[in-house]
Every structure is written in C-alpha cells, then in structure tokens.
Design a protein around this ligand. Sequence first.
Ligand code: GLA
Length: 323
Amino acid sequence: MTETIHISAPGRVNLIGDHTDYTGGLVMPMTLDARTTVVGQANPSQMWNLISLDEPVSLSIELPIQDPSSVLPRWGRYVAGVLFELGQLGIEVPGFTGEISTTIPIGSGLSSSAALEIAIARTALSIAHVELPDTDIALLCQRAEHIASGVPCGIMDQLCIAIGQPNAATLIDCHTLEVQHIAMPDEIEVVTRFISHRTLAGSEYSDRVADCQNIEGIIGPLRLARISDAENIADQRLSRRARHVITENQRVRDFASALSQKDFRTAGELMVASHASLANDYETSNEAMDQAVKTMMNEPGFLGARMTGGGFGGCIVGIRHRT
Ligand code: GLA
C-alpha cells in the first residue's frame, strides 16, 4: 500500500524588523501554532491533484510544470511555483493526490502562502526521497512566491517557517541567512490581532522595494548604512525610507538584547517606535492599524504593539505580561 504523507508548516508573525529583509537587514519573526497541512499519497502518474478545504476549485497540474504563473485556480500557482523550482534544481518529483487544510487565516499577513509553499516543498521532497537543507527549501519557496504572486518579497517568511522553533523568536540576518533562535521568556505573551484582509500583490509593496533599490544606488547597501547616509539623500521620500530601514535594523538588535536581559519595557518601546517608523517614514500602515495599536497599548499589561509583516492591512502584534 502507498504510504500516506502528512506534512504541515506554521504561519508566522513578525515581532520586529519589517521591510528590512529585502535589503539584507535584520528581522525577528516567530512561528505560530496555526498551520497548513498537506495529506495525501504519491501516485504513479505525472499529475498533482489537490483539493483545498478553503478553496472552491481544486487543482490538477501535470509535471513538469512549464509556466507556473498562469496556473488556475490562482492558489495553485504557489504549488506550481514550488514544483517548478524543484524541477529547476533537477529534482524529479512523482505525482501526488491530496488535500490541503489550514488554520492560518488566509490573506491576513500571517504568511499563509509561505506556509503552503513550505508544506508543498516538504511533501514533494519527501515523495521524491530527496533531502535539502532548510535554507535551500526557504530560498526555493521564496522564488516560488515571486513567480506565483509577482510580489518581490524577501526571505523572512519562508526562512522563519522552514527553520523556526516553537516558543522561540527567529533572529535572521537576511544577508548571511544566519539564524539565532531566541527563546521567548515565560513572562511574556505574544498577541496577534486581525485588522483587515489584504494582499501584497497590487499593493505598494513593490514600490517600497524599488525605493530601496534606488536608495542603494545612491548610498550603497542599506544594511551597512548609517543615519547620516539617509540624511544626505536629497530626495525627501527616499531619505525617509532609508531612515526607516536603518533605524529598524538597529531596533531589531536592541530588541533582541532587551529580550535576553528581560528588559520588557524597552522591548515594548522598541515595538512602538517600529510602528511609528513604518507609519511615518515607510508609509505601510493605515488608520485602522494605527488605531488598533493605540487601543492595544491602552489595554492592561501591554508593553508594546505594532503592525506586523508587509502592512497595508493584515494584523498587528503586541507583547504583554503573562497573567
Ligand atoms: C512580507 C514579505 C516579507 C517582508 C515583509 C515586511 O511579509 O513577504 O518578505 O518583506 O512583508 O517585513
């Protein structure tokens, strides 16, 4: 009898360090309990047949994948993107018949698409009897995301999901891809709150990536830049964008050391400063998110709150004393 595969991958929430990953900066996300699960069996055909409990139309695609960006239904592009990238690496994957389910809210900025990519990649590698390092899996899923959604995302979501450990934040240097797992102190609870549905495709996300490319054309790599470099940029918009990235990288460093010293007040203040920088300098927040952050900060026990992820909607995240 053919073995039944059962593979899942978690969503993620970013504690601090947003819009830094695609310039090789620092980020500190953590995995969620919510997960996307793939259950099914390899088959001797060249077909991948998948149903998703959250989507009305099922997916049927034939290997080798030629053009993942035109696959329908659209959710299938994430699957096709991953299978295409595995093909590019010369990995021969058999057919598969299965079912996808998720407890990650879709389109809420908690990386449901990256979780789907990682779960599919691990499923495909398992039935192909091939092992790849977590970092390589994350990189191939990032390329799949670019193809599937057209969004030029960084590596944060895929790498956190591929490598993150339960109850620990994942401090990632997005230039070297070095990862440090930082246990979340027991005294602190992380709270994620949904604000609105959003998709980064068609948002200003790619404009921000383009701004950063322009900035780097002027002052060199943002990850190495100082605040004085940002101040020297004549274009005021680009100067503010640069200031966000440079100060956000420093906030990630400071947040990591505040957590390890159990200085939760400072950690919370850094989250609030991160939100202000994303709202004012980077302009990826909106009124509903700004308001939600204020409301959260007025609730008992909260030390910090901020928008999380790409922005333009999605979720906010906060930390509070565990009661
Ligand atoms: C999205 C992208 C990530 C990252 C964040 C912002 O989640 O997928 O790569 O850029 O936005 O920090």
